[in-house]
Ligand binder design. Structure first.
Ligand code: FES
Ligand code: FES
Length: 157
């Protein structure tokens, strides 16, 4: 059975079994390896993508159950222009090994779409399910505040 859905604005189809986790279809069938496998049990957030703008754990969603348009980290930049969150991530040099960071950015994008000016507490609550073995949490928090300023018309930094 073929499953069809939109990924990063483009209709895609897969012949992988409908019960296959979305994560493996993205990575193995579509080659979108920016989304990472960490735990496979919804405990780390490395596999976070958006469905209709909402952050979800791709390791937990059978591809046959995908209910809307999927966005991955590869779909965040527009042509050659990084998204404000990605720019902030670069300015704050957030990434260390980088493994968790695409999931962190996707989770942060969901947060800012719902809460354009989050407090530290809001950030910690929203990002608490995204683990980072390198301990980049303070840089993540600073980058989210910075991106929020830019998105609200303020100055970066
Ligand atoms: S791999 Fe999906 S939450 Fe860890
Ligand atoms: S940057 Fe290494 S796990 Fe987060």
């Amino acid at each position: 059975m073929t499953v069809t859905f939109v990924v990063n604005g483009t209709p895609r189809q897969t012949d992988m079994a409908p019960e296959t986790p979305l994560l493996w279809v993205l990575r193995d069938d579509f080659g979108l390896t920016g989304t990472k496998f960490g735990c496979g049990i919804a405990a780390c957030g490395a596999c976070t993508v958006h469905i209709d703008g909402e952050a979800v754990r791709a390791c937990q969603i059978p591809v046959g159950d995908v209910w809307g348009d999927v966005t991955t980290i590869e779909g965040m930049a527009q042509d050659d222009t990084l998204a404000p969150l990605q720019e902030a991530w670069v300015r704050h040099q957030v990434a260390q090994c980088g493994f968790c960071q695409s999931g962190q950015i996707m989770q942060a994008a969901d947060l800012l779409s719902e809460n354009p000016d989050p407090t530290d507490e809001d950030i910690d609550a929203a990002m608490g399910g995204n683990l980072c073995r390198c301990g980049t949490y303070s840089a993540i928090r600073a980058a989210i505040h910075d991106a929020a300023r830019v998105l609200n018309g303020g100055r970066a930094g």
